[in-house]
Design a protein around this ligand. Structure first.
Ligand code: BGC
Length: 395
């Protein structure tokens, strides 16, 4: 085993893993995604169904993460459960999420609560989703109703990947290759930015909250002579959101891949590179590139790596990828970039927006019994977390 003493992370660095409600809870029947999955004309390969049944098994999931040595759990509240009808709020569902926060504390995990992770209540979608000029106010009203359960919570992520949300209008599916997505709708972008600002205002009433949001960074690379095209391509898809994060308590970076930009926009992934189960290029430096870019464009808002990971059925490759991504993160931190923590995507294998085939989890589960199995990568990452020292078990 090779340990590199200089690759040491700060003692208060928050190491954890992340999930999103719709991807692990199961039976999120009131969401726009459930409606889409179950429509007769669905374009999706698979339905979410019971997912990992984490709605009922969250204690076990939290306990398992804690047992590895990780110290944070990033999860999302499901708007479609909390506000099942326009203006009707469920105290029982809020109490459910409060129990999740309590379970985190009981097992020694710091919670990071995401208020919005891709899915919407059906009524919100029917009212036009983020195309509706009232969307920021509707989102802020929901966030206000969440405040009572968030009184002692520090880390609040208002909106997960607003740039993906704007590119997809909430409509992406199995082929979530960022490179294939259209340019964001500028009106949606503005409304989502307003939604974030309104949510930050609401959350500022909490005594301990540190609020930010999480941007999908795509490490855009210009093909030779295509620098201008790359800048024009990247601005509405990423930079506008990074710039809109100025003044936030932190900025979330979610990095997986790189995208080459040529004269006609994004280039397809080359045939001669290693691909992950999502079809993305295996490219661990995406994290360092995303972190440096977010830091620069936000004018030095402290970074939180809220997602990074790999869809693979070869767990040793997950360790390789994550190790190399973390080495890049460490290099960025050594250059003076403030990074508060890292939550790996994902805690569990999960519903990858149309398919269960791309497995991102540190923990797998049996489709029939839901029995959880901790993968070696989880134990390795837990040891990195416990010791604060980056090492590779086989190199
Ligand atoms: C999203 C997750 C998704 C992951 C891997 C991010 O875009 O926040 O929901 O599962 O990347 O595709």
């Amino acid at each position: 085993m090779n340990t590199t003493p200089e690759q040491r992370f700060p003692d208060d660095f928050l190491w954890g893993a992340a999930t999103a409600a719709h991807q692990v809870e199961g039976n999120n029947v009131n969401s726009d995604w459930w409606a889409r999955e179950n429509s007769a004309t669905t374009d999706l390969a698979e339905r979410s169904g019971d997912a990992a049944d984490s709605y009922h098994r969250y204690r076990e999931d939290i306990a398992l993460l804690a047992s590895t040595g990780l110290r944070m759990y990033r999860f999302s509240l499901e708007w479609a459960r909390i506000e099942p009808e326009d203006g009707e709020f469920s105290r029982a569902e809020l109490a459910h999420y409060r129990r999740m926060i309590d379970a985190c504390r009981e097992f020694g995990l710091e919670p990071m609560v995401t208020l919005h992770h891709f899915t919407h209540p059906r009524w919100f979608a029917r009212r036009g989703g983020w195309r509706n000029p009232e969307a920021p106010a509707l989102f802020a009203r929901y966030v206000e109703h969440c405040l009572p359960i968030l009184q002692d919570v520090t880390w609040i992520c208002t909106i997960n990947e607003p740039n993906m949300l704007s590119m997809t209008r909430g409509e992406f599916g199995t082929e979530m290759a960022a490179a294939n997505l259209p340019a964001p709708d500028p009106d949606i972008t503005q409304l989502i930015i307003q939604g974030h600002r309104r949510a930050c205002e609401v959350v500022s009433a909490l005594p301990h909250a540190r609020a930010g949001w999480s941007i999908a960074t795509q490490a855009f690379h210009a093909m030779p002579g295509c620098e201008e095209e790359a800048a024009a391509y990247g601005y509405p898809r990423e930079d506008i959101f990074l710039e809109a994060s100025k003044g936030d308590d932190w900025i979330g970076v979610q990095a997986y891949l790189r995208t080459f930009i040529g004269k006609n926009g994004a280039e397809p992934v080359r045939d001669d590179v290693e691909r992950t189960l999502t079809g993305w290029e295996y490219f661990p430096p995406a994290l360092e590139i995303g972190v440096r870019h977010a830091w620069e464009l936000s004018e030095h808002v402290p970074v939180f790596v809220t997602e990074n990971g790999i869809a693979t059925d070869d767990d040793t490759r997950r360790i390789d990828y994550t190790h190399d991504a973390l080495a890049g993160l460490h290099a960025a931190m050594s250059d003076g970039i403030t990074v508060y923590g890292y939550t790996h995507w994902s805690a569990l294998d999960n519903y990858e927006w149309g398919s269960y085939a791309p497995t991102f989890g540190l923990i797998s589960w049996d489709k029939e019994t839901f029995r959880r199995t901790i993968k070696p990568s989880a134990l390795w990452l837990g040891e990195v977390a416990r010791t604060g020292r980056l090492f590779h078990p086989a190199r």
